[in-house]
Write a protein that binds this ligand. Structure first.
Ligand SMILES: [Zn+2]
Length: 429
């Protein structure tokens, strides 16, 4: 590509600054809160109108019977495809349309999309409606300058990423939308920062551990068996042996922040004994020995670990405690498992975006891996597509926080990178 076409594409994107701001604001003003999963249809219809006017063929797909799908809260997704003038690869941009709850501490309207000092504020600006808007603007500018490109471009807006993606990307992948015969390159514009390429994520194993006991009068605990004390012993064993062992397990994955370059485990919740009284209940608790205690553990694991080893470690903790305590019994129930995934640095989409970052921003990209998962897991696991990255504007630290914002210049810069990646991937040399 000559310097001229590069400049004209970048200039075209600059000229779309006002449009980019308005598009982002429109998207933020549709309050697609998840849970429960509101206004999915509205945001899909909005995107359909916009993309159809550009000449895309647009489908709306409801994830019937996916977790969370109901007549009241249907899981709608939008997939748009633009065929080029000749055969070639398909580049797919996938953004999730859902946003998490607002929470406390806002000084701006969370669904107002206020523009102040070059930043647009609102829930979902950074994670990830800003990335969605930047990818659309980049594609629009590309289509205006290179109408005769080879291959195809797809843009999808999908549901439920914040709650596992089963009503979104997982559903579409199962229906074949991410099959390697249909799509060859996937870019997910999550807020990883405009000069970083995110290659993948760690694995996840969520499980509920329950210790069992026997109910009795609290004045005679020796007649019962306290499930909470049993769980105390389990947690003690984890503190003494498991957590130090996890900290020893380091990875070669370039995870940011650096603190996550090891195995980690969070105790997500603990419940034992009587359930909490309702807020309007003014009485006292009754005297009972708890017969059940449950914790949910959130274990994040590395490419270097196997899921079987992760499960075995937890079993060993419980078996160690069992050998030391009378009347100890337990159950482990798996809630979620996601294997780690990492696209190779020499994959075509990585190389193209890396070249585009260097040419637009004048610096080498930083290659990173996310501590938490995102929809790449489904594209890899179900779609079997390895050529997938996350690349988009915004600071990950702002995601899910009060006064979340996206910088307009960041969106412009990453739109230029995205536009130039399209040139690299879809314009025959
Ligand atoms: Zn996100």
């Amino acid at each position: 590509m000559t310097i001229d076409t590069h400049n004209s594409l970048s200039q075209r994107i600059e000229q779309k600054r006002e449009d980019l701001i308005a598009l982002t604001q429109d998207l933020v003003r549709i309050p697609t809160l998840n849970p429960p999963g509101e206004f999915y249809r509205d945001i899909c219809e909005y995107l359909k109108r916009r993309l159809e006017s550009l000449g895309f063929h647009v489908e709306l797909v409801r994830a019937h019977e996916a977790p969370g799908d109901s007549e009241k809260y249907p899981r709608w997704n939008v997939i748009a495809r633009f065929e080029g003038a000749q055969a070639g690869d398909c580049v797919h941009f996938n953004s999730h349309t859902d946003v998490v709850e607002v929470g406390q501490g806002w000084t701006t309207d969370p669904f107002g999309g206020e523009l102040k000092d070059g930043k647009i504020y609102g829930r979902g600006t950074c994670d990830m409606k800003g990335g969605l808007a930047a990818s659309i603007i980049a594609v629009e500018a590309f289509l205006e300058i290179f109408p005769n490109f080879a291959g195809a471009i797809e843009i999808s807006g999908t549901a439920d990423e914040e709650t596992g993606g089963y009503g979104g990307v997982a559903y579409l992948a199962e229906k074949g939308y991410f099959a390697p015969t249909r799509v060859q390159h996937v870019i997910i514009p999550e807020p990883l920062q405009k000069d970083r390429i995110c290659l993948g994520h760690r694995g996840v194993y969520w499980a509920e551990i329950e210790t069992h006991g026997e109910i009795a009068h609290g004045s005679m605990p020796f007649l019962g068996n306290c499930a909470v004390r049993h769980m105390g012993a389990v947690l003690h064993e984890m503190e003494t042996n498991l957590f130090p062992a996890l900290a020893e397990k380091q990875t070669t994955m370039p995870i940011v922040p650096v603190g996550a370059r090891q195995s980690t485990m969070n105790i997500n919740s603990i419940h034992g004994g009587q359930s909490e009284p309702k807020p309007d209940f003014t009485g006292l608790p009754s005297a009972c020995v708890p017969d059940s205690c449950r914790v949910v553990v959130d274990r994040r694991f590395l490419m270097e670990e196997a899921i079987e080893d992760v499960q075995q470690e937890i079993k060993e903790v419980l078996e160690t405690v069992k050998a030391e305590r009378d009347d100890f019994s337990y159950d482990v129930r798996e809630i979620l498992r996601v294997l780690p995934t990492m696209t190779q640095k020499d994959a075509p989409v990585v190389k193209s975006v890396a070249r585009a970052i260097t040419s637009v921003l004048g610096k080498q990209p930083e290659y990173v891996v996310s501590p938490g998962t995102y929809d790449q897991k489904h594209i890899d696991r179900i779609g079997r597509l390895k050529n997938c990255i996350a690349y988009g504007p915004g600071l990950l630290e702002l995601a899910h926080k009060p006064d979340e914002y996206i910088g307009v210049q960041d969106m412009i810069d990453s739109a230029k990178v995205i536009g130039q990646s399209l040139v690299d991937l879809l314009i025959p040399k």
